[in-house]
Design a protein around this ligand. Sequence first.
Ligand SMILES: NC(=O)c1ccc[n+]([C@@H]2O[C@H](COP(=O)([O-])OP(=O)(O)OC[C@H]3O[C@@H](n4cnc5c(N)ncnc54)[C@H](OP(=O)(O)O)[C@@H]3O)[C@@H](O)[C@H]2O)c1
Length: 276
Amino acid sequence: MSELAVITGTTHGIGRVTSRELACAGKTVVMLCRDVTAAGVVRDEIRQHAPAARVEVVRCDLASLASVREAAAAVRRDYPPIGLLINNAGMVSTRRRASPEGFELTFATNHLGPFLLTALLADHLDKAARIVMVASRIHYRGRLDLAAVTNAQAPYGATAAYAQSKLANVLHTFALARRMAGTDITVNCLHPGVVATNLLPRWLRIIKPLISRVMFDAERGARTSLYLALDPSVAGTTGRYFDEYQLPRPASALANDVELQESLWRKSAEWTGAPH
Ligand SMILES: NC(=O)c1ccc[n+]([C@@H]2O[C@H](COP(=O)([O-])OP(=O)(O)OC[C@H]3O[C@@H](n4cnc5c(N)ncnc54)[C@H](OP(=O)(O)O)[C@@H]3O)[C@@H](O)[C@H]2O)c1
């Protein structure tokens, strides 16, 4: 496998630890981040852990399809084929907001951006590349309402929007794995655990010491991403959903619905203009 790892959202949390550990494992790490100053701080921190590591930053705001196109073009132009693509970045918007191209922001950032990025990098992958999608257990509560993604008047709830976007991550994983069948490229997704990062509401992070037995720190939250990225035992495993203990688990019934996977794929391709 190529030694080049591309990972999104490394300024905080799970992505920050994952990128550091990939560098320590000898990977060249390209960090796709919207805040390149914050990413530069993380890059310098990683270089202290792994002085010989090659760690670089490419600007990418996943909420913006134009920014994703620029980032993908830079990766294709400046780097050799990718051995590892980790779609890690994620967010939740507390109120309905629109992305630059007019899509509901949580869905745009967590699904449409990664969908386009993955499609644009698909023919720049090593022949035995691994693709890892950081989804969530909350996908079990997700429902797909694609009409609401472009309807600024549709009712909005942050939890429902986040759950929908994470369901989309799992649907995307399974549809992509089917398209990669017959190659040595693998595609898997995961739940990292409930992890004390910026993503969680502030009050939950404050009571973390009280519930530390059920809440992971970012070091622990990165374990399943790193397992799927590096462990030889999953070299041939594809199209699976893993839990926070690195165990394969059945995804939700909706996530396994092939027609739903394909309708999300068609709409995502139409909206993003992704190559087929
Ligand atoms: N924490 C949990 O309990 C939990 C549970 C299940 C799944 N997850 C998933 O784990 C992944 C990592 O989240 P985390 O918990 O580590 O959260 P985090 O600490 O908030 O980190 C999220 C990362 O995503 C980046 N990001 C957000 N919006 C972006 C955008 N528009 N473009 C580019 N990067 C963007 C952030 O960058 P900025 O610094 O620019 O904001 C940050 O680096 C997410 O996909 C999340 O859904 C987390």
